[in-house]
Structure formats: structure tokens, C-alpha cells
Design a protein around this ligand. Structure first.
Ligand code: GDP
Ligand code: IMO
Ligand code: MG
Length: 424
């Protein structure tokens, strides 16, 4: 099995970090292909808990090499902080972390522009993580971005940064009336990264290509979720990259034919951070239960996550786009203690049932969910190790998802720790 791919099937925070950490025990390489430090992937075992933003979630597994691919946008300050944190925890990073020379960099001006634009949008703001992701991808696609490789040559970096900052200063001042950035101070700070980042930088596409030829097992780790995809998500309330399966090939430089396993991570209910349509959102005691018991606070920004019932219309759409070959259903334990559970199986728009997931945010805002009800269960399931030990109602809940989506769940997660997983 060459490449397995883990994808968030909803709006992010499905538990990708937990599942990647768990299954990376059996792989040689774990690679991130898109996004940046907007991600927050939580990993727990025993009494330890870590949140990773840029470094792949395989870093705590001996013998696993971690790759930050060309499709990722890298904030060098955030990356060096994260490397330091991992080293301080006693884990070796040297030789185990490889960073693509072609990946683009996030600079302070990207964050400033994002902040100014979000402020100007007021009610229409996206509710971004403020990590500079969108503006960094804009520069990449405008072909004026600064790449990791540019950090290694001080003259090139100085030239590129000067041009870029002068342009950004004009935008900040003239369009947003915001404060300008100090060109020299930024250049002085970033030229220092050449020797810091140099040990990690390589041609990761070549490394992965060679690894594939040598029969190494690769696990690709998606960040965010399919419904935040720039093309396929709930535009404009999306991120600026491709978390969906298609993004893996371009974001790592591996052929799509090498991917033979696509694992859709499905939270047993839905959450969303930031703004945008959310058909099954709850504002009642059930939503309060999901947020409280599920500890639904952003792992990157600490913002409370909006909570709602599981949405199978959205999940079916996500399955169509990504071609999941298996599911990992997470946070089933959070549903314990709810008397009646609901799952959304259809959308109604102005009295008519829709036959597909609409692409217009304003239609999604108006859509009414059609629900099926399920009996809940009381028992604490957080230490259950087999499906047969689960209460019948929990088994029915899982079976219903599998049946409606047409894909089996190979993993069912019942708690944040590695050990709290039903492996089928
Ligand atoms: P990611 O972004 O997809 O990696 O997910 P996050 O780490 O942002 O959010 C998932 C949260 O749920 C984290 O706090 C995890 O520790 C936690 N978690 C993961 N799986 C489970 C589970 O099965 N049950 C419970 N109760 N928590 C879980
Ligand atoms: P992980 O990998 C949940 C959301 C933001 C905002 C939108 C755009 O932990 O699942 P951005 O900063 O990317 O331009 O923000 O996307 N968002 C996430 N939501 N989990 C994430 O990552 C997210 N990364 C971005 O809240 O709505
Ligand atoms: Mg997260």
C-alpha cells in the first residue's frame, strides 16, 4: 500500500491529529500537503497532550520521517517555535523533518493584510485564524511569493522582500488606512532564518518519489476539512487551499495513482469555527452538550466552535469529492447522555427538497435540515474496545452513517487518547 490519505470530511477539527498519530505507527513517512499554521492537530496518549500546527502528526513516532510539502504555506517563526517545542519535549527532529524548498512563506505583511481586510469586511468577515494563510496563497498564485528556497540566499531574499513589502505598504496605507511595515526590520529578522531552516530544507517531491520507488509507506495528512476547500467548500467561507483528496497530489508532488487509501475523518456530530453557513447548527441544550462534553474550543485560536447535528447531505458530498475508501468516526463518546439524537438526511429550500449540496452560501444559509431521530444511550463508552461492547443505540448510529454514505468505518474513536479507539 503506497500512499494513505487522511482527510477531514467536514469543517476541520474532526480529530485528524489523533488518527494520524495512531496510524503513523505503521508507516515510514507522514506528510502535510496544504494549509499552514491555521491547523491545530491534537495528539494525546497517557496523560500527555500536544497540539501541532505545521509539523506532521507523525513526529512523536520513532522511525517516522515527517515532510512539510510544497503545497503548505510556512510561517518560519511559527515553524521554528514548533520545532523548539518538540525538541524540548525530548524528541529528535534533525533528519526526521524535511521541508520543501518550493513551499511558500508567510510573512508579517500577510497577517497584517488579512487583519485589515477582515476588519474592513465587518459582517461579511470570514472569521479566519489570522495566520496570514489567504494573503500568502494570493502571493503564490500572483507569482510574487517568497519561497523557502529564497530564505537560503540573503541577496535574493532582500530583493524579493523589498519589492513585496513596498507593494504591501501601499495597499495597507491606501486601501485600508492601516499602519505601514518597516522594510528593514523585517529583512533583518528574516535573513537570520537562513542557517536555522537550512538543515530541514530539501526537494521533498524527489524524496517522496524515491521513497515510493523503494516501497516506503507514506501517510498524507490533510489539514482543515473538505467543506473548507477553496473550490469545493462553502465559498467564500473557506480556507485558501485544497484540503480535499486532489490537493494531496499537487501539494506533495506525488502521482494520484499512488494513493490507494483515502480515510475520511468524520466527527459524530458537526462543528465549525469562524463564519459561514451551518445547516444543522444548534443553539439549544443539545448544542451546549456537544460543545461542553466535546470540549469544542479551537486548538489554534481558542475560539468556541459552533456545534450541530451530523449532516449526511454534506458528508455525502464530501465523500463524492474525496472518494473515501474508509471512514474513521470520532468523538462518538461525546454523544453519551443525550436522550434523542438527530442526523440530517436531507435539505429543504423554500419548501422543496434539494437533490444535492448547494454551492451558494446564501442558499445554504436558508436551507432547512430534514432529520431522522435516533434513540440515545447513557453509558460511558470511553473505554470500550470493540463494536460489540457498544450500547445497541451507538452501534445503530454508526451503522446508519456507514449505510447512508456507503463506506465502512475502520476506526471508531471514543476518546482523545490513542488507546481510546475501536479498531475493526
Ligand atoms: P484536528 O484538527 O482534526 O486534528 O482536530 P483537533 O485536534 O483540532 O480537535 C479534535 C479535539 O477532539 C482534540 O481536542 C482531540 O484531543 C479531541 N478528540 C479526538 N478524538 C476524540 C474522541 O474520539 N473523543 C473525544 N472526546 N475527544 C476526541
Ligand atoms: P484543522 O486542521 C477548523 C477555518 C477558519 C475560518 C476559515 C478560513 O485544525 O482542522 P484561514 O485562517 O484558513 O484563512 O480561515 O477556515 N479554519 C479551520 N477550522 N479547523 C482548522 O484546521 C481550520 N483552519 C482554518 O476558522 O473559518
Ligand atoms: Mg484542529
Amino acid at each position: 500500500m503506497p500512499v494513505s490519505l487522511v482527510i477531514g470530511s467536514q469543517w476541520g477539527d474532526e480529530g485528524k491529529g489523533k488518527i494520524v498519530d495512531l496510524i503513523s505507527e505503521d508507516v515510514d513517512i507522514v506528510a502535510r500537503y496544504q494549509g499552514g499554521a491555521n491547523a491545530g492537530h491534537t495528539i494525546c496518549w497517557d496523560d500527555k497532550e500536544f497540539v501541532l500546527h505545521l509539523v506532521p502528526s507523525g513526529i512523536f513516532r520513532d522511525g517516522v520521517t515527517c515532510v512539510i510539502g510544497n503545497g503548505v504555506v510556512i510561517d518560519p517563526v511559527a515553524m521554528m517555535d514548533e520545532i523548539r517545542m518538540i525538541q524540548e519535549l525530548g524528541y529528535d527532529v534533525d533528519g526526521r523533518l524535511l521541508v520543501s524548498h518550493n513551499a511558500h512563506l508567510i510573512m508579517p505583511y500577510h497577517k497584517r493584510i488579512e487583519e485589515a481586510r477582515e476588519r474592513a469586511l465587518e459582517k461579511g468577515a470570514i472569521g479566519t485564524t489570522g495566520r496570514g494563510i489567504g494573503p500568502a496563497y494570493v502571493d503564490k498564485y500572483s507569482r510574487i511569493g517568497v519561497r523557502v528556497v529564497d530564505l537560503l540566499d540573503r541577496d535574493v531574499l532582500r530583493k524579493k522582500l523589498t519589492a513585496s513589502i513596498e507593494e504591501k505598504n501601499a495597499i495597507l496605507e491606501l486601501v485600508y488606512g492601516a499602519e505601514k511595515l518597516d522594510v528593514e526590520a523585517i529583512i533583518d529578522e528574516y535573513v537570520e532564518f537562513d542557517h536555522l531552516i537550512d538543515p530541514y530544507v530539501t526537494d521533498t517531491a524527489h524524496f517522496l518519489g524515491t521513497a515510493l520507488q523503494n516501497g516506503k509507506r507514506i501517510l498524507a495528512e490533510g489539514a482543515q476539512g473538505a467543506l473548507l476547500d477553496i473550490d469545493h467548500g462553502t465559498y467564500p467561507f473557506v480556507t485558501s487551499s485544497h484540503p480535499t483528496a486532489g490537493g494531496c497530489s499537487t501539494g506533495l508532488g506525488i502521482p494520484p495513482t499512488a494513493i490507494d487509501r483515502v480515510i475520511g475523518i468524520v466527527k459524530a456530530y458537526c462543528t465549525r469555527v469562524g463564519n459561514g453557513p451551518f445547516v444543522t447548527e444548534l443553539f439549544d441544550e443539545y448544542g451546549e452538550h456537544l460543545g461542553r462534553v466535546g470540549a469544542e474550543f479551537g486548538a489554534t485560536t481558542g475560539r468556541p466552535r459552533r456545534c450541530g447535528w451530523l449532516d449526511l447531505v454534506a458528508l455525502n458530498y464530501s465523500t463524492m469529492i474525496n472518494g473515501f475508501t474508509e471512514l474513521a468516526i470520532t468523538k462518538l463518546d461525546v454523544l453519551s447522555g443525550i436522550d434523542e439524537l438527530k442526523i440530517c438526511t436531507g435539505y429543504k429550500y423554500r419548501g422543496r427538497e434539494l437533490d444535492r449540496f448547494p454551492s451558494e452560501a446564501h442558499i445554504l444559509e436558508e436551507v432547512e435540515p430534514v432529520y431522522e431521530s435516533f434513540a440515545g444511550w447513557e453509558a460511558d463508552i470511553s473505554e470500550v474496545k470493540t463494536m460489540a461492547e457498544l450500547p445497541g443505540e451507538a452501534q445503530s448510529y454508526v451503522s446508519f452513517i456507514e449505510q447512508e454514505i456507503g463506506v465502512s468505518a475502520s476506526l471508531v474513536s471514543t476518546g482523545p487518547r490513542r488507546s481510546q479507539t475501536i479498531i475493526r
